[in-house]
Design a protein around this ligand. Structure first.
Ligand code: PEP
Length: 255
């Protein structure tokens, strides 16, 4: 059985005071949850404050990005060592917004992922196709390229620290969720790729999250799918009540 994993990506939102308030509400309402991983990813400037608030709670900290080098003349970048130092256990890499807006390539994402692993940070590798790619039947090629590129040069042992997030770009922030069947089909394909690249044991253990307009009213159905192990939540993670309900998903209530 894979342990479920619910992560909130706060993106470029919330001041320090707002981050503190949201994190406090999550701590108050999720302290009893011990059968699933709960992760939140605030902006860099709020990491230290949020780390303090979630200390001694089941909630863990993620950064939304990192650089591929640890120190040096890289103005404006943040290294995995510094993220570990402020209390992060995870780092989101290859989010579609970074792939599209900052032109991040699979090679660069792979360099960052290897550096994160070297430092003891667990990467959450995001992959996903555009609507056009899906309509042109290129979805499997795109996912194949992103999985192979992102996980290049990793050993099977390193893969146990990696989480993959399948996020169809057409579903992110649009209110359009993939159907349970569409999401399951992609997740099963991704798990198959991991099996081909590594082995059955690693494929059975790796957690694959779904992301793209996950809300309280669709999480139960998504989580009831065999290969969906969790969710990466954007918009709904900014509302305490919604994120709490998503963390408390109930497979048995799936419609
Ligand atoms: C995301 O940005 O990772 C995401 C899934 O966003 P949303 O839930 O808002 O679609």
């Amino acid at each position: 059985m894979r342990r479920s994993f619910i992560a909130g990506n706060w993106k470029l939102n919330l001041t320090n005071a707002e981050s503190r308030e949201l994190a406090s509400q999550l701590v108050t309402n999720l302290s009893d949850v011990n059968d699933r991983d709960i992760v939140i990813a605030p902006v860099f400037t709020s990491l230290t404050i949020v780390a303090e608030v979630i200390k001694n709670s089941p909630i863990q900290l993620a950064a939304q990005n990192c650089y591929s080098q640890t120190t040096g003349a890289f103005t404006g970048e943040v290294s995995p060592i510094l993220l570990k130092d402020v209390g992060c256990n995870y780092v989101i890499l290859g989010h579609s917004e970074r792939r599209q807006l900052m032109n991040e390539t699979d090679t660069f994402i792979n360099e960052k992922l290897l550096k994160a692993l070297d430092t003891g940070l667990s990467p959450i590798l995001c992959i996903g196709e555009t609507l056009q790619e899906r309509e042109n039947n290129q979805m499997l090629d795109v996912l194949g390229r992103q999985v192979k590129g992102g996980l290049d040069n990793l050993t099977a042992a390193q893969l146990t620290d990696v989480v993959i997030a399948y996020e169809p770009i057409w579903a992110i922030g649009t209110g359009k969720t993939a159907t349970n069947e569409q999401a399951q089909e992609a997740h099963s394909f991704i798990r198959g790729l991991v099996r081909e690249m590594f082995n059955q044991d690693v494929a059975d253990k790796i957690r694959i999250l779904y992301g793209g307009s996950v809300k309280p009213n669709n999480v139960d159905g998504l989580m009831a799918q065999a290969d969906i192990d969790g969710a990466l939540v954007g918009g709904a993670s900014l509302k305490a009540e919604d994120f709490i309900r998503i963390v408390r998903f109930e497979r048995g209530k799936a419609k």
